[in-house]
Design a protein around this ligand. Structure first.
Ligand SMILES: Nc1ncnc2c1ncn2[C@@H]1O[C@H](COP(=O)(O)OP(=O)(O)O)[C@@H](O)[C@H]1O
Ligand SMILES: [Mg+2]
Length: 389
């Protein structure tokens, strides 16, 4: 039945949405798929919205569309389709941070949207993101906005080289960024950005990278999972080791930073926060993702509650429950041709394998992940961690 409730940016706490309600999800990749499956486990229905249908435009092709109750295939900027979609769902969320601002605003006019649009504003633009983080007392790499070669020269002399030039918007898996090592590379780097508004960041000689998956409820209650340590290959997450091999002090600092960010954003749902850890144990925030996160996939195998179920609980006004981590874990991404290893992985007794339902194994495409479990407390002392399956 159509409904047209104007919603404010931070609506009053919901009474819990009852099972049988419909959750709308923008985006139809593996994150949407795992959210839809978690929603189904709590008795909810899901409706996916994304442009990715079969070649003839019909629904049910995408990783999320395969497992949802309904799927609308339309462009994200088709505001009429967004309005119709909003009218059919009881609450909406998204699996990616690049939801256009007008789309989020239109959707919020037709249903409740969580996390609210402010989280998108902050996370979509690396300049807004770092400005917000430093304004709430968090540390980041030094940064300067860059729109012209002149800006770039000035930023490079202030920040120093090496430095990393990144587009402010739409970067992922290392796309839209390059390292500048010497002044002679400035001009080529500027040309490569093709006029896109950018940001220059100091190159951080980090000891390791970690991430915290955290959640906040309407009530303001927060939970954080223990940080995982992230290993990248070709700028794409390759493995997450849990717990991260860092000091208790670093773990506590990263969790506290996550709680601070959730509270300052008035956030509802699950968030992923990436950190650089320095030799001296200082932590810098690299970026925040206002959604479930690849480096949190291990929660499904190693905890009593996954990041996906926690997100569904938060946006539906259900209570959050403690992470309940019962095991150490290593999560491996299966990227492109790695997927051919599935029969071997399927035989491993201590590994939970999750395939995304994608047919084409293009290079660099995330096809599946596998989480290997270890006795709780045993990973920290292992010298020789198995970093591939
Ligand atoms: N300022 C930096 N200094 C050193 N390494 C960086 C810096 N920025 C990014 N990187 C490396 O590149 C990876 C991807 O960059 P990130 O900003 O997280 O973009 P993406 O959106 O592609 O994940 C990071 O995980 C890190 O390994
Ligand atoms: Mg990143």
């Amino acid at each position: 039945m159509p409904k047209n409730r104007p919603m404010t940016e931070n609506p009053a706490p919901l009474s819990p949405l009852p099972p049988g309600s419909t959750i709308g999800i923008l985006g139809s990749g593996q994150l949407g798929r795992m959210l839809a499956l978690a929603a189904a486990n709590l008795g909810f229905r899901t409706h996916i919205f994304s442009p990715d249908g079969f070649p003839d435009g019909s629904s049910g092709h995408s990783p999320a569309g395969q497992v949802a109750h309904a799927e609308t295939v339309a462009a994200y900027d088709d505001l009429e389709a967004i309005a119709r979609f909003g009218d059919t769902v009881d609450v909406a969320t998204y699996e990616f941070e690049n939801v256009p601002a007008e789309t989020a605003a239109e959707l919020a006019r037709h249903t409740r949207l969580f996390p609210a649009a402010r989280a998108l504003d902050v996370a979509q633009d690396r300049l807004t993101e770092k400005t917000f983080l430093t304004s709430i007392g968090q540390m980041t790499a030094p940064f300067k906005p860059v729109d012209t070669l002149e800006d770039l020269g000035a930023a490079a002399s202030e920040i120093g080289l090496p430095a990393v030039l990144k587009t402010r918007r739409l970067g992922y898996d290392g796309k839209g960024q390059m390292i500048i090592r010497t002044e002679s590379e400035l001009e080529d780097a500027c040309t490569a950005m093709k006029g896109a508004p950018s940001i220059l960041e100091g190159f951080i000689p980090f000891d390791c990278e970690i991430s915290v998956i955290a959640a906040r409820a309407h009530t303001g209650a927060t939970i954080t999972w223990t940080p995982g340590e992230n290993i990248h290959r070709d700028h794409i997450l390759s493995a997450t080791i849990v717990p991260a091999r860092v000091s208790d002090k670093t773990i506590a600092a990263a969790r506290a930073a996550a709680e601070n960010i959730l509270t300052e954003l008035g956030y509802v749902g699950v968030i992923g926060i990436e950190f650089f850890v320095m030799k001296d144990e200082t932590i810098l925030i690299n970026e925040i993702a206002p959604r479930v996160h690849n480096s949190g996939h291990w929660t499904e195998a190693a905890c009593t509650i996954s990041q996906f179920e926690q997100h569904i609980r938060a946006i539906c006004g259900w209570p959050l429950i403690p992470p309940g981590r019962h095991s150490d874990a290593i999560m491996y991404n299966l990227i492109g041709p790695d997927i051919e290893k599935w029969p071997k992985i399927a035989e491993m007794e201590d590994v939970l394998l999750t395939l995304y339902g994608k047919t084409e194994a293009r290079a660099g495409r995330k096809m599946a992940h596998a989480t290997r479990l270890f006795a709780k407390g045993s990973l920290h002392s292992k010298d020789d961690l198995p970093l591939t399956l």
